[in-house]
Structure formats: structure tokens, C-alpha cells
Design a protein around this ligand. Sequence first.
Ligand code: ADP
Ligand code: MG
Length: 300
Amino acid sequence: MNEFQLIQHYFKQAALSFPNKNVIQSIGDDCAELDLFDNHTLHISIDTLVEDVHFPKHANPYDIAARALCVSLSDLAAAGASPIAFTLAITLPKIDADWLSEFSNGLAYIAQKFQCPLIGGDTTKGDALIITIQVHGQCPRGASLKRSGACVGHKVYVSDVLGEGAGALKQVLASPKNSEGLAQQYFYPLPKIEYGIWLRNKASSCLDVSDGLVQDLNHICTASQVGMNVYSENIPLSDLLIKTLGKEAGLQFALSGGDDYQLAYTAQNCDQGICIGEVVVGDQVLVDGAVPSAKGFQHF
Ligand code: ADP
Ligand code: MG
């Protein structure tokens, strides 16, 4: 099988590279072509995942693919954008038909769930498995969510329980082919697309929690030039996390672990969100009145 047959067979398949109302030209030409709606803005985000840095290379290819697309789509959720389509640049050490088949099926599962087809990409040979996904989304002009905009007096919210992604890491590294239990959240951090859309006219700032709650909320503090008081007793933890790791460790993972991909946001008042604190005068996040010690994930 050569490169072109590979693209045709695994990436141009109907389950993955399906048409939607935005797609004029998909895989097969020099450029993909998208139709954009009047009075909408285009949102673009790109993420690279390197084997054994961002995922264990011996994990199921289906799970690796699902996670890669979820993680990229999560950035659209954080902006309040709805997905249009994605591109994929993949570097592979070799052509392994079974691996590629499972990988493309995992992509197709998430692509269909979020109506976000594959419209193009690049395929190269290299020593390590490296996956780069760029997602494209849209939002009515002026309605997108940003890290700036939080105001003193607003409350701080999260979309759901935290800590499972980081809490799963030990299990994921020990048995990468197991995507059950806590590892479910690690491999399938389903992007909060509908939640982000719902926040369009409600949140004053928003981001997705990828590197740890405190570190990520500090990004909102910096962009919005405010401080925050967060209360640990209000941080939502799942029963599964508490049962597996205990409440104390669970809380530490929630505060400073990564890989959650929930939304954290501020709003004047938001009935249905999980309120964990408030925006105050200052320049950083305090947890229970103190500067938290553990830092979140840092790439370098
Ligand atoms: P070019 O030489 O013009 O860059 P390529 O030969 O790299 O084109 O790719 C041929 C077509 O296949 C293009 O439409 C490209 O977008 C698509 N393609 C290549 N690799 C991938 C991939 N990994 N996923 C999806 N589409 C791909
Ligand atoms: Mg090319």
C-alpha cells in the first residue's frame, strides 16, 4: 500500500470524511474549501500529540484517535464555537493496516458524534508516531468566549467533575490497552460543545481545563486582570475518583493535574453551573485563601 492508497482507504472513507453544509471541497484537492455563514467568525485551533509524551504509544489506536480529536475539539468548546471540520497531519513509522483501520474508526466515532468531518491533511513517514489535528469551528459574530472578560464580583464555575483524567494516568501507563473506569475519561474527554454554545450569552470568560484547574484559571486571571478565590470544598469530584484514589488525592488531581477538558468559566450568575468560587481584585488564584503549592502540567 502506498501513501495515496492509504489516504484513500483510511482517511477518505465515508464514515470519516462525510459532507456537511460547510464543506465544498474535501480530501483530494490541493486545498479543502469551506463555506462560511454570514455574520459568523471562524475559530481555528491546532494540537500536536507525540507518542509517549501525550499518549502511550501502545494504547489502542481507536482510543488514541478518539482522544486526539476530543482534545482538539475541546478548544472549540471553550470558545463557544461549533465544529465545522478538521485536518490531520500524521507521521507514522510504518504502514500497519490493522492499526490504521482502528485509528481511522476511532476518529470517525468522534467525528460523527460532533458532526466534524476530516477534510484534508498530510501523511509522512518518521521515527515516532505524531498526530497533529487542526479543528475549525464557527460562532455568531461577537458571541465567542474568551479568557479575558472576567469582572470582580462574577462567580467562577466548572462544567463537571474534575481530576479523573490526571487520576487515571497511573492506570493508563500501567495498562494502556484498558480504557475502562477512570481511563474512560482519559481517552474519551468528550468536548463540551453544547455547553460552550449554551455559555455564549452567559459567561464573561471561559477556557477548557487541560493542564490543571489552578494553572488554567490563572490564565483567566492574567487575561482578565483579576484574582480569584476558589474553595476546595466546592470542587466537584466523581464518586469513582474518590473511591479509587481517596478524597485528598482526588482533590490534588482536580486542582493541579491535567487532562480534564471540562470548561471553567466566570459569569455574573449562572444557575446551572457548579460554582467553585468568585472573582476578586488581585492577580492570581487563591485556594482556601492561600497560593496553592503544586503547579499544573508544564510542557518544558
Ligand atoms: P499535496 O502534495 O498537494 O500536499 P498530498 O499528496 O499531501 O497533497 O495529499 C493528497 C490529498 O490527501 C490532499 O487533499 C490532502 O489534504 C489529503 N491528505 C493527505 N494526508 C491526509 C490525512 N492524514 N488525512 C486526511 N487527508 C489527507
Ligand atoms: Mg502534502
